[in-house]
Design a protein around this ligand. Sequence first.
Ligand SMILES: Cc1cc2nc3c(=O)[nH]c(=O)nc-3n(C[C@H](O)[C@H](O)[C@H](O)COP(=O)(O)OP(=O)(O)OC[C@H]3O[C@@H](n4cnc5c(N)ncnc54)[C@H](O)[C@@H]3O)c2cc1C
Length: 159
Amino acid sequence: MPESLVDITRVPGMKGIRREGDVIHIGPATTFSELVESPIIRDDAFLLAQAALSVGSPQIRNRGTVGGNIVKGSPAADSVPSLMALEAKLRLVSKAGERELSLEEFLVGICKTTIEPGEVLAGISFQALAPRTRQRFCQVGPTQCTCNFAGQRGGYRRL
Ligand SMILES: Cc1cc2nc3c(=O)[nH]c(=O)nc-3n(C[C@H](O)[C@H](O)[C@H](O)COP(=O)(O)OP(=O)(O)OC[C@H]3O[C@@H](n4cnc5c(N)ncnc54)[C@H](O)[C@@H]3O)c2cc1C
């Protein structure tokens, strides 16, 4: 057990979804249910809403966060393929400063990430998709060995 636990869910800016111009920003403490219900995500990044809806059960979607899903580094994380297809950037902050990484730079193995001690995932951002962009998230295979695919703009990514 860790010596202490920090609840980041009420830190300002850690929760919520907003659009600034063409860029969508998601606070890492945003839950899957909030992603599913967000008009911004449904209208401008539907494949992420599809991925969030595929997570567990309503109870899990109401508690599980997109930030926790990413930082855990699980290859079964449903949010990751869609965020990769959206070319999302992660903003990591610590007392030492701030850096921005792609998911490919952040996730380096099964449950292995490049997060440093003292760092917090503080934001996830990506370009909103153009209207009528073809996009889709789907799971392929039986539940215990599911592959997740997500694609947009003609390119497909598999995790
Ligand atoms: C029954 C069940 C079914 C599930 N089904 C699915 C599923 O179908 N698909 C799926 O993708 N997931 C599934 N999950 C996983 C779950 O939905 C969450 O994505 C995952 O457990 C993360 O949970 P959390 O948001 O509570 O993060 P936590 O458990 O709180 O965090 C996970 C890790 O990330 C760290 N962390 C969290 N946020 C940050 C941050 N902002 N900065 C730095 N570090 C951070 C925490 O310290 C911890 O080490 C399931 C889980 C359960 C229990």
